[in-house]
Design a protein around this ligand. Structure first.
Ligand SMILES: [Ca+2]
Ligand SMILES: [Ca+2]
Length: 421
């Protein structure tokens, strides 16, 4: 009798041993739990998230996904490599947001969704682990999602103008403007250029954007490629421009367009050696004083210029505007100023002549990169023009509506005396 009982016990023990997974190995995946069986993911801080915990006895690829009543599968984690769990279980919070999906018959208007809230409903959750030998274990349970905030932060009419821009402070297409309409209040909205080398260039939102940061509505971005602050812009080339938005429940949307950078760079122009050759320091009333200097383009970006051409002689009562060559933003010009002049640098000339300037397709003229040009011109004094005689006259190199760099201002003055008979 006793022997029979012992045999039965032995048999039971043996069976129990054999019923363990993988012939006596510990379960690969164990202690799987969801802290709640129902969440209301709507960012009201009430029951918005569930904590998922699990343990792994061996290195494994870990997946967590959800099955709806129709058997559609929604991915939260997909075959992510995991080391064996240590003292603490793995722990991850789930807020109802899974990898982007589209509903049957649904089409999104010019954007895509990378992370999206599940629709309300009852789901089967599956936590699944596959070890290096290919053995898979999974556990399942039920999670109900109710009152989910499913409105997407839609990204509508994302655009960039102009599609080709030249960030080089020449006043032509120096800025690119990005517009996007976001349909929902959001936690973040970012715009960046992505180069072929994988480098991202962040674009800041315009301070005059019609909508406050985080608010639904039209958002505008103004991009100078950093040139306004003197930084070199991204290299010339084609870029994908990305906009990404994320809402309070963690849904994430993206949209893209493209932008081409041409002739980008920070212009660097100098009067060579800060040197001006003056024809005289004393002239008779009615005579002309001439100057000659050399302009150096010490940058990889072309320097835009405008007329009148070198060699032009101004009457002292004239100025650049009276000869029809008004200021144009971004243009470089050589200029002369005398103390008695009423206008700042009244006499201005192109920074080169036709032998050195190149003309763009749209008719603008440029001094090419790393090029020098000799510029001369004159001013005929028909009057003394003011009280001071002699007066100081000097040269400058002006970047119109941008700056007169310290290094290019009040260059090589001449103390000019005009002899009045
Ligand atoms: Ca809630
Ligand atoms: Ca430009």
């Amino acid at each position: 009798m006793k022997t029979h009982l012992l045999k039965l016990l032995l048999l039971a023990t043996t069976m129990a041993l054999f019923s363990l997974p993988a012939c006596g190995e510990r379960a690969l995946l164990y202690d799987v739990s969801f802290s709640s069986s129902r969440i209301t993911p709507n960012a009201d801080h009430d029951n918005d998230i569930v904590r998922i915990q699990y343990r792994l006895s061996r290195r494994a690829a870990l997946s967590i996904y959800f099955l709806d009543a129709a058997g559609n599968r929604y991915t939260f984690r997909s075959k992510e490599p995991r080391a064996p769990s240590g003292d603490d279980p793995y722990s991850v919070y789930f807020s109802g947001v899974v990898d982007g999906y589209t509903l049957p018959g649904e089409s999104l208007d010019g954007f895509s969704v990378t992370h999206r809230m599940l629709p309300d409903g009852a789901y089967t959750w599956v936590v699944e682990a596959t070890d290096e030998s290919g053995q898979t274990e999974q556990q399942r349970g039920t999670l109900v999602i109710a009152d989910a905030d499913r409105a997407l932060p839609e990204l509508l009419n994302f655009s960039v103008t102009p599609p080709v821009f030249t960030p080089n402070r020449d006043g032509i297409s120096d800025r690119a403007r990005m517009n996007v309409f976001v349909s929902k209040d959001h936690d973040s909205l970012t715009v960046y250029l992505l180069g072929e080398d994988g480098i991202r260039y962040h674009v800041a939102e315009d301070e005059r954007s019609p909508s406050l940061p985080g608010e639904a509505g039209l958002h505008t971005f103004d991009y100078d490629a950093g040139v306004d602050l003197g930084a070199e812009p991204p290299p010339d080339g084609h870029y994908v421009v990305w906009v990404e938005a994320q809402d309070a429940v963690g849904q994430h949307t993206v949209a893209t367009t493209s932008l081409t950078i041409e002739n980008g760079g920070v212009p660097k122009a100098y009067i060579l050696n800060g040197e001006v050759e003056w024809s005289a320091s004393s002239i008779l009333l009615g005579e002309t004083i001439y100057f000659t200097l050399t302009v150096e383009n010490d940058s990889a970006t072309p320097l835009r210029t405008s007329g009148p051409p070198p060699g032009t002689v101004y009457g002292n009562e004239q100025n650049y505007a009276t000869v029809g060559e008004t200021i144009q933003s971004g243009v470089f010009r050589v200029a002369i100023h005398c103390e008695n002049a009423l206008v700042n640098y009244p006499w201005r000339w192109a920074i080169g002549d036709e032998s050195v300037l190149i003309e763009s397709a749209d008719g603008y003229r440029y001094l090419p990169p790393f090029t020098r040009a000799t510029v001369s011109g004159g001013i005929r004094f028909d009057s003394v023009m003011g009280a001071r005689n002699p007066q100081y006259c000097w040269a400058g190199l002006i970047h119109e509506d941008v700056e007169i760099a310290q290094v290019n201002d009040r260059i090589d003055p001449v103390f000019l005396f005009i002899q009045v008979p």
